[in-house]
Design a protein around this ligand. Structure first.
Ligand code: PLP
Length: 217
């Protein structure tokens, strides 16, 4: 198992390098987040021991627990967040990729100590009623509402396209929205489509299954 995650990580890294070269981009521009949801710390450690530094976790309390167990790597909160759990993300995370509400932004800023929390505004790029994220039409207003909050700094946009759609037009639209707002970072692409995301300008790809294997949870 441990050998598997290291082998998988190396293969994903290689695919990222290839996708960057194909897109005329520098591999160092792309941060790989190893997505740890439902994965045990023992397995996550194997990935860290292979030299990996950035990890993405969906659930705020799991993030807190995993960050306590593994304080020497960077933890990115990537899932929807309720205001009453913002304290876990504010204290344990290096970045938050799913900001879609001003009240959560205020709470994160209020709880944050030290360096401002790097935040990505999540955009509901496919306009799905079941999905979190701000509508594409509302992202400018959300940015205006949260950009001056102390304790956080908005660095980019994030999206998760509808599962059955061609992701490319969604990724290109997110890139255009970020460009319009003057935001430089784009968190997009998973196991299914990280190479397409890199071709469309992703700076942060969030990959779980290709590293850890299929989730049983
Ligand atoms: C689970 C998850 C991922 C990773 O998905 P995989 O298919 O395991 O690569 C990325 N982003 C978010 C928001 C997720 O919830």
């Amino acid at each position: 198992m441990a050998e598997d995650v290291k082998t998988n990580l190396a293969a994903v890294r290689q695919r990222i390098v290839r996708a960057c070269l194909d897109a005329g981009r520098i591999p160092e521009e792309v941060t790989l987040l190893a997505v740890t949801k439902f994965q045990p710390v023992e397995l996550i450690r194997q990935v860290a021991e292979a030299g990996h530094h950035d990890f993405g976790e969906n659930y705020a309390q799991d993030l807190r627990d995993k960050a306590l167990a593994m304080p020497d790597v960077r933890w990115h909160a990537i899932g929807p967040l309720q205001r009453n759990k913002a304290k876990y993300v504010a204290t344990a995370a290096w970045a938050f990729h799913a900001l879609d509400r001003p009240d959560v932004a205020t709470e994160l800023g209020r709880r944050r100590e030290g360096e401002p929390l790097r935040c990505y505004l999540e955009v509901n790029i496919g306009g799905e009623s079941s999905k979190s994220g701000v509508d594409p039409d509302g992202v400018g207003a959300l940015y205006d509402a949260v950009r001056d909050i102390a304790g956080i700094t908005v660095v980019g946009l994030m999206c998760m396209p509808p599962p059955d759609d061609d992701p490319r037009p969604h990724f290109l639209r997110l890139a255009a929205l970020a460009r319009d707002l003057g935001l430089s970072r784009l968190s997009m692409g998973t196991t299914e489509d990280f190479e397409v995301a890199i071709a469309c300008g992703a700076t942060d790809v969030r990959v779980g299954r290709a590293i850890f294997g299929e989730r049983t949870g």
